[in-house]
Design a protein around this ligand. Structure first.
Ligand SMILES: [Zn+2]
Length: 149
């Protein structure tokens, strides 16, 4: 069930199913290991999978190339609450399209240079870099000085 690439990927709760090289970047297909989640409303274990929607998430570059993760987001159905519940992943903030470690990386790089340079080097728009920077600094304000990245 595990892949030798998992130890390189270092992300919890997932395994590498496949990887491919697409025009200028590496695409890593992930498989989620969990087959059940705790419903945030009633705290029961929910196993009824409603649907899986894969999303592409930017991750840290590897071997000098940009990396995108193909993450199958799992949505479960809680019969007790009659609600759909989307699985939260530890390495991905809610509704974000970048891994947390990629966002920290961009944040640090902006601190060391500037937004224009980072956007050029990472092939992101200025607005994307600004969005990541603001998101991470807001999180740091919320959680205090927790991380030492
Ligand atoms: Zn529930």
């Amino acid at each position: 069930m595990s892949s030798p690439l998992d130890s390189l990927l270092k992300l919890p709760g997932v395994t590498v199913e496949a990887h491919s090289q697409v025009e200028g970047y590496i695409c890593v297909h992930l498989k989620i290991l969990a087959t059940e989640i705790t419903c945030p409303h009633c705290r029961n274990l929910v196993q009824e999978l409603h649907q899986v929607r894969p999303i592409l998430v930017r991750d840290l570059p590897t071997f000098g190339q940009p990396v995108y993760l193909r993450v199958p987001r799992q949505q479960f159905y809680c019969r007790q609450c009659q609600k759909y519940v989307t699985q939260q992943l530890d390495f991905l903030s809610w509704r974000r399209r970048y891994t947390q470690r990629y966002e920290s990386y961009i944040y640090q790089r902006v601190l060391m240079s500037n937004m224009t340079q980072v956007s050029r080097e990472e092939n992101l728009t200025y607005e994307e870099v600004l969005g990541i920077f603001n998101f991470v600094s807001n999180q740091k304000k919320k959680t205090g000085v927790k991380s030492s990245v």
